[in-house]
Design a protein around this ligand. Structure first.
Ligand code: SAM
Length: 452
């Protein structure tokens, strides 16, 4: 493929991301969202169980309804938006299963995480991860029982569509299944529509025909493709909310965040009515329709691997990246603080070991252990226990991963609440340097009973 086509595809992905970020930040229209959810087969009970902001009128089906999700399974939702399908899946898989949503828009992911918190869901049971579907997914191979997606595949550029089906094949367990809802073109759409960026963001221009869909699924190795028309009236997108454009796109991207060359916000705004009209016309002439699409990964696949210890390749993807980069503290500075504190029996500092299974073999004397993997979710408890301590020093093995991450999250949390009584630091070189440095070796404590 030419670099020009690559550039155009990358631009499309960016425009879509910006548009859906804007939607994530736009005021929620509950009546509209409920109407769309009803139209696509979600039950009143399902709608009631999740925060209303988790469904934003962006769906084009209910992929969870017929995915036969069972307790204990791992479910992955691609393009998870506000998280509605993930929450429905989470209820079905129960505490022993996992429901993970991936989305390319940081704002959507932030919104889904907020919705999860409202529901009392947290990782690893329910996790939302920022990831581009046009790139390798941050998900372990052969780790997922069921992949869901709702009105997203049409938004991927042509090579991205094949790429995601190949990735779905990779992450599914042998015998695993794909259940998605998408907009499908019943005829080849005219170039005028294909080339229209606003209609693309609105889930129309990127729709492919059933035979193309089938071909891509087969190329990726997925079998038994089944297509079932939802029979839903897509005009639900065009009712009442007159300022809305077509289909699943509901707001223009802000001109400030979208590259000028690829998207003109004025053009978008001017096209609202045009988009509505074209969308309605397409539907009237039955050129696009929403479908439920199913396929399976054959059970005889040769890539059978050991059960994966973790579905997410990086556990920290389930949390926002830390914005702050706390200062380093040298071992000699900390050692001095520890010795002075011993003399004065006063503690102006706290040392926090965020290691887990690799904890054995000694720790900084007097340190407390808070595992990195659950640290973010426990920030309120950590703050209430230690928020009065001026210097909080985090470390892990070499302090180049978990230590700085937890320190950053703590500092972010302090700053978000304008708390200045406490400050995060990272112990330079972690426990490895601490144990090898002659000036700190005597400050290693062994506690075999509590060390795992
Ligand atoms: C039409 S919305 C559907 C949202 C959700 N599935 C629902 O039914 O409410 C499409 C979603 O896919 C995400 N998306 C679009 N293109 C993407 C890409 N290339 N990578 C990751 N996410 C993408 C958008 O950010 C958006 O949240």
């Amino acid at each position: 493929m030419s670099s020009n086509a690559n550039d155009q595809d990358a631009k499309l992905v960016q425009v879509v991301r910006e548009a859906y970020s804007t939607i994530a930040k736009t005021d929620h229209n509950e009546a509209y969202s409920v109407r769309v959810a009803n139209a696509f087969g979600y039950t009143a009970d399902e709608i009631k169980t999740a925060p209303s902001e988790s469904h934003m009128g962006l769906a084009c089906g209910n992929p969870v309804a017929n995915a036969s999700i069972k307790e204990g399974e791992t479910v992955l939702d691609l393009g998870s938006g506000g998280g509605f399908d993930v929450f429905l899946a989470a209820r079905k898989v129960g505490k022993t299963g996992q429901a993970i949503g991936l989305d390319g828009s940081d704002d959507m992911v932030a919104k889904a995480r907020q919705n999860a918190t409202k529901q009392g869901f947290s990782p690893p049971h329910v996790a939302f991860v920022a990831a581009q579907l046009t790139e390798p997914l941050p998900i372990a191979t052969s780790s997922v029982d069921c992949v869901l997606s709702n009105c997203v595949i049409n938004l991927l550029p042509p090579p991205g569509k094949l790429h995601i089906f190949r990735e779905i094949f990779r992450v599914l367990k042998p015998g695993g299944r794909l259940a998605l809802s998408d907009i499908v073109a019943k005829k080849s759409l005219p170039d005028q529509i294909r080339d229209d960026l606003a209609l693309y963001v609105g889930c129309i221009s990127g729709a492919i025909q059933l035979h193309e869909y089938k071909g891509l699924l087969e190329q990726a190795g997925l079998e038994d493709a089944t297509f079932v028309a939802t029979g839903s009236d897509l005009n639900v997108y065009f009712t009442e909310k007159t300022e809305e454009p077509a289909c699943c796109g509901t707001a223009p991207p802000p001109s400030s965040t979208v590259p000028e060359a690829s998207f003109d916000a004025n053009e978008w705004a001017g096209k609202y009515l045009q988009i509505k009209k074209i969308g309605a016309l397409l539907m009237m002439s039955v050129e696009i329709a929403s479908y439920h699409i199913y396929a399976v990964k054959p059970d005889d696949s040769s890539d059978i691997t050991q059960p994966t210890p973790s579905v997410l390749l990086r556990w920290w993807d389930a949390y926002p990246p830390a914005r702050c980069s706390p200062d380093l503290m040298s071992p000699s500075t900390l050692a001095e603080m520890i010795r002075i504190a011993e003399l004065r029996s006063g503690h102006g500092y706290l040392v926090v070991d965020v290691r887990g299974e690799d904890h054995a073999g000694g720790h900084v004397i007097g340190s407390v252990q808070w595992r990195a993997q659950s640290f973010y979710d426990n920030l309120p408890a950590f703050l209430s226990a230690y928020g009065h301590i001026p210097k909080v020093i985090f470390y892990c093995g070499r302090s180049n991963g978990r230590g700085p991450r937890c320190a950053g999250w703590y500092q972010d949390y302090l700053e978000a609440q304008s708390i200045t009584t406490s400050q995060a630091f990272v112990l330079e070189g972690g426990i490895v340097r601490w144990k090898s440095d002659p000036s700190t070796q005597d400050l290693v404590e062994f506690d075999t009973a509590s060390e795992d």
